[in-house]
Each structure stands twice: as C-alpha cells, then as structure tokens.
Ligand binder design. Structure first.
Ligand code: GAP
Length: 499
C-alpha cells in the first residue's frame, strides 16, 4: 500500500486543489508551491490546532504570539550568523551543469551521513567514493559554499536586507519590547507562525523541501541552569518517545530506544526538562493528527551537525514512504541568540530573575507546516476500505467538515439542499461546508471521501417530510438521521471527536 504512495498523494493533491507548483502556467520555478482551495483550509486548520495546543492551552507558562516582518535588516542576520554562515555545500557537474548539494548527494547515492562535514571533508569523501554526476556520469566540480539567504535591497537600493530564513529571529529581536509590554517573567515563551525563505540548492519532493515555506516556532525563555522544569512535565512526562541516540548513529545503526520523556532527561540524554516536555508534547500532538508514535523518532543530531552554541538538537523525524524526514527541529539554543543580539545592537537583553539580572536560555521547537501537511496526507491516505481511496484526515484538520448532497438533481430536493447549505454556511462555528448536486450519490460519496470530508449530508424525500437528513460518516460509512436544526451542533461535535 505504501508503494507509490508519494505519487498517489501528490497526484491527489494536484487533482483536488491541495497543492500545486507556483506559476504552473509559466512552468514554475523549483521550490515554490501554492496551496489550493483545500490545501489552504488544511493549513489554516493545522495552524489553529497548533495554536490551541502550544499557545492557548499551555498551562505551564505564558506563551505570547507575535507576527513579525518577513524582511529583516542586514544587521539582524549578520549578528545571528546567518549572513555569513548559513550555507550548504554546492557542487556542479562539469558536463551537464546540474547543481547538487554534495552532502545530500553522498547520503542519497551512497547511504553515508554527510551533513555538517566541512568542505574539505566532503571533497575527500566524494573522492574516496568516486562520486560522479548521477544524471550523466560527468565529473563533479570543486565543492563551494552556497548561501541559503535571499538578499534584497530596500528602497533606493542603499539598505541591504534579507528574507528571513527562520521565524525565530523576530522573536529574539523583539524580546525586550515583548517583556516590556507583557511584564513577562521567565519562564515564558513567544510563538510565531509565518513564512521563511531559504535558497535551497535542490528543492525536491513537492512540498517537502521548498525555498519558501511556513514555520510554527516557539522560543521558550527559561532560567539558566533550571532544574525545576515546566509544571506540565508532571502530567505528560510518562509519554513514551523514541530516540535515535548518537551512539547508535555512530555505530551505523538505526534502532531507536524507547524511553519515557522524563527518563530521557533523568538519564541526561535530553539536556533539560523543557526540551523533554516539548518532545512529549509533540508525540501526543502528532498522534492526534494520525501519525503512529512508532513512526516518529527524535534523532539526536551528531556533534558535527550541531551548532557550536547548542546544548543539544533533537529532530523529530517521521517515517514517510520515501524514508525518515525531519518535520520538527528541537534545539536547546542556550543564551546564544540574546547574547549576540545584545552585543551587536548595544541593547541590554537580560531580565530580572530571583533578584539578579540574567540572560535567559532558550528551548526551541520549530515545526514545518508543509512537511506536516504532507505527513498527515500520507498517513491519512487509505486504500482497500472501499472501491475508491479514502483520505482519513484528522477531523479537525480536514478541510471540508460536511458535503451537502441532494439525493438527485430534482428541483424540490435541490431547493431543500440549498436552503440547508445556506443555513450551515452562515454558522458562526468554524465549520466549512460544500454543496454538490453533480453525478450519482455513489460517485459523490467517492469524491468527498477522496478529499477527507468528515461527513456527507444527503437530502432525500424523507427530508421534505420530516426535516431530517442522512448523515454519513467518512470512516465507517455508517448513516444516521439527524434533524436539520441539530446539524450545526452535530458537525461541530464530530470535528472534535477522537478518531
Ligand atoms: N529556527 C530553527 C529552524 O528553523 P530547522 O530545523 O532549520 O530549524 C525547522 O527548521 C523546520 O522547518 C524543519 O523541521 C522543517 O519541518 C521545516 N523546514 C526547514 N527547511 C525547510 C524547507 N526547505 N522546506 C520545507 N520545510 C522546511
């Protein structure tokens, strides 16, 4: 069933308005994708679920949401290190002129992990492996640094700037203002959802590696040397997580250990309780979105992949049909960001804590929206249930909460169905509904199963008599009759039900 899953999911996404290449009619440009009518609803629903879980219902500390600028002055990204050091190793085929990210090419063609190696190490490895252009067999040219930053000029060209490569930087540069405005005390967190831009050498796999993508990021500002941790860890610390340890990777193995999140901290695999807390939260969150816990692992990044200032990075990887891939980056950034911005801007970014001035440490979970949407699509795509594929999307994420279908294209049924549709469209509840009278009822069920509509509401002759409709469930195909004046509540309750 997972065979050709990537092709099936991307073809469905193209056909049904989930995502498609940007500027398709001009043959597009690699690494840019638009979300269509259903994809943009899915994205909005996903972001709402995430805000609900990680911002609104975070009881351990306050989380403030901001919405920062996508364009950041040169000085910000010079200070953060991105302007000079945010690069990937690039090589070019001397014959067909194709460009490659060398560490990825080594990994994909030879199965050797090469991320984080220096240019010299990569050049040597490539020589040892006798690497050639996989397309034409040509010689690969010297490997050089390729900046991932998109550079811009503001106004009359005199001021340099960049498109932000992560949403995180807005949070650090706004830190002082946020603390002043909210009177926040550590621990607290700041969250942001928005676009980030990276000039990737070889964007690929539809919406998995993009040049423009969306992130949902949190920077949790915590006391340095904190031993107490977040209160919420007491509730969810028993959550079992899988960790692919550094030792296992060094042995060339891929067997994860299973451990409770709290124990991962106690055994000092994870550097602090806040990080352990987020790892547990993430597993719970994605389980609700239909990703089985055994298909998720936290890969402890190897020393050469970890920034020098970091106290530990744990990528949440999901097993896709094409292999394991990161969907969330978790990092213990210590006081690096606030310290460098303080030094470069001349502003004091310390805060009072326990009667002294400290620079808070930072724990950062960083979620990629498009990769999560794709993961959810792969894990929802179901064959064998009916004669057609069913997208068993998490009910809260599903773009269509109910499709309203007159049994036949007859005037009295159509009038009643349209009246019901108008009524539900006017609902103040976040329930998106559609109307469809085209084709047989069986074909319409198939059409809405394929895009994961939670419910199909059929208006038939009984409706004209007793004002009830048939409500058909996407997953079980079971049907029940519900009075029209109860539909709104019914659809809303259904989208919050456990799957
Ligand atoms: N502020 C930390 C940060 O940006 P990251 O691991 O580089 O960390 C976080 O990115 C997440 O953003 C990744 O786990 C991934 O889901 C998403 N992401 C990163 N680069 C991406 C790209 N080129 N295309 C799509 N998503 C990407």
């Amino acid at each position: 069933m997972r065979e050709n899953l990537f092709e099936k999911v991307t073809s469905l996404a193209l056909r049904r308005g989930i995502f498609h290449p940007t500027a398709e009619i001009y043959r597009g440009s690699a690494g840019f994708y638009d979300l269509g009518p259903l994809g943009s609803l899915m994205k909005m629903n996903l972001i709402n679920c995430w805000i609900d879980e990680f911002v609104k219902r975070e009881f351990s500390y306050d989380v403030y949401l901001i919405d920062g600028s996508l364009i950041l002055p040169y000085s910000v990204l010079k200070a953060s290190g991105h302007a000079d050091k945010f690069t990937d190793p690039k090589t070019e085929c001397s014959s067909c002129r194709r460009l490659y990210r060398l560490d990825q090419l080594i990994e994909e063609t030879r199965g050797v992990r090469a991320e984080g190696k220096t240019l010299e190490e990569l050049a040597e490895l490539s020589r040892q492996l006798g690497l050639k252009c996989p397309h034409c067999g040509g010689e690969l040219e010297e490997v050089i640094h390729h900046s991932l930053m998109f550079k811009l000029n503001i106004g009359g060209l005199e001021e340099q700037a960049f498109l932000r490569p992560e949403t995180a930087q807005n949070i650090f540069i706004d830190f002082k203002r946020i603390v002043y405005a909210t009177r926040a005390r550590i621990p607290f967190a700041v969250a942001q959802v928005g676009k980030s831009f990276r000039n990737e050498i070889s964007p690929r796999q539809s919406i998995i590696r993009l040049r423009e993508f969306s992130q949902m990021e949190i920077e949790a500002f915590i006391p340095p040397d904190d031993e107490k941790g977040p209160e919420g860890l007491a509730d969810i610390g028993d959550t079992e997580i899988q960790i692919l340890t550094r030792e296992e990777q060094a042995r060339g193995g891929a067997d994860s250990i299973r451990i409770r999140a709290r124990a991962a901290y106690e055994e000092r695999i994870v550097p602090n309780k806040y990080l352990a807390y987020y790892l547990a939260k993430e597993v719970r969150f994605f389980k609700q979105l239909g990703i089985p816990p055994e298909k998720m692992r936290f890969r402890h990044l190897l020393p050469e992949e970890t920034p020098h200032y970091s106290g530990g990075n744990f990528d949440l990887e999901v097993e896709f049909s094409f292999g394991w891939k990161e969907i969330v980056g978790n990092a213990y950034r210590r006081d690096y960001d606030l310290t460098v911005h303080s030094r470069h801007s001349g502003e004091d970014l310390s805060i009072e804590h326990d009667g002294r001035k400290v620079v808070p440490h930072v724990v950062e979970p960083s979620f990629g929206v498009e990769r999560i949407i794709y993961a959810v699509l792969e894990y929802s795509y179901t064959e064998g249930l009916r004669d057609w594929p069913v997208l068993r999307l998490p009910r809260a994420i599903s773009p269509i909460k109910a499709a309203i279908l007159p049994l036949m294209d007859k005037e009295d049924l159509v009038n009643k169905a349209q009246e019901t549709y108008r009524r539900l469209r006017c609902s103040r509840l976040p329930i998106y509904v559609v109307y469809d009278s085209k084709g047989s009822i069986g074909r319409r069920y198939a059409r809405y199963d394929e895009v994961g509509a939670n419910l199909c509401l059929t208006i038939d002759y009984q409706t004209l008599q007793d004002n009830t409709v048939t409500v058909r469930d996407r997953d079980t195909a079971e049907q029940e009759r519900v009075p029209i004046d109860k539909l709104e509540e019914n659809i809303f309750r259904d989208m919050h039900r456990e799957q």
